[in-house]
Unconditional design. Structure first.
Length: 245
């Protein structure tokens, strides 16, 4: 399979502190790749560097093109889209206006399919249709995550970067969100998923990386990582089972 994203030797510095130490990562077309690891391992830093939000060194190729030197806006325009950890919705704007904002690059290009895509988002997330006229800051945590995903999908991404989509959500809502993510793969969207809930992430991913202290400590097919004694002991213990209840 061809790679939609290939990162080699990615390094990120915060002052004199190196947060990422030469990370290598590959996402193949139509797959879900997850990055798991403890707090402070550099997972969100990795996504920020890929999106061009953080200065970095190394090489990154997306859809065959070199990302080095490309502004974040240019990366988004090419179909690279990030759903950040804190969702970063516009709370005073309505649900529908937040969704339409996700398609601003397409609107500028005169894309005529935005209306039909909005209808498709509402079909995928019926709760958002019910809440479409409400301000985003009146939504529940699960609804806000649905809105963040829907807004990203309005950009028609080829590769979707998800940063801790289960953060702060109740276990039942976490299961719903991960079902939605697995379903997105069937639409042809490739997904790079950063997640602390390793059990849930490995259940839906095709391939995984374990990031520890800014370095890739382990990688392999998700099923192999889920069966690894080291991963089980460190990330899939009793607490992980409790999260899934």
């Amino acid at each position: 399979m061809s790679a939609v994203l290939e990162v080699r030797g990615l390094r990120v510095l915060y002052g004199k502190v190196e947060a990422l130490h030469g990370a290598d990562l590959r996402v193949e077309e139509g797959t879900i790749v997850t990055v798991i690891g403890p707090n402070g391992a550099g997972k969100s830093t990795l996504l920020g560097a890929i999106m061009g939000l953080l200065p970095s060194s190394g090489t990154a190729h997306y859809a065959g093109a070199d990302l080095v030197g490309k502004r974040t806006e240019a990366r988004v325009a090419r179909g690279l889209c990030l759903v950040p950890e804190r969702r970063e919705l516009f709370g005073e704007m309505t649900v529908e206006d937040n969704l339409r904002l996700g398609a601003f690059q397409r609107f500028r290009r005169g894309d005529a399919s935005i209306k039909s895509d909005l209808a498709a988002i509402y079909a995928r997330f019926p709760r958002l249709f019910e809440r479409r006229a409400q301000p985003a800051d009146t939504l529940s945590g699960g609804e806000r995550q649905m809105l963040a995903l829907g807004r990203a999908l309005m950009a028609k991404p080829r590769l979707l970067l998800l940063d801790e989509p289960s953060l702060g959500l109740a276990p039942k809502i976490v299961r719903d969100v991960f079902r939605i993510i697995a379903d997105l793969r069937r639409t042809g969207v490739s997904i790079l998923l950063v997640e602390q809930n390793a059990r849930a992430a490995l259940q839906i991913a095709d391939y995984g990386y374990v990031l520890e202290a800014g370095e890739v400590a382990l990688e392999g097919p998700a099923a192999d990582l889920a069966a690894s004694p080291r991963v089980i002991e460190t990330y899939l213990g009793l607490s992980g089972k409790e999260q899934d209840r």
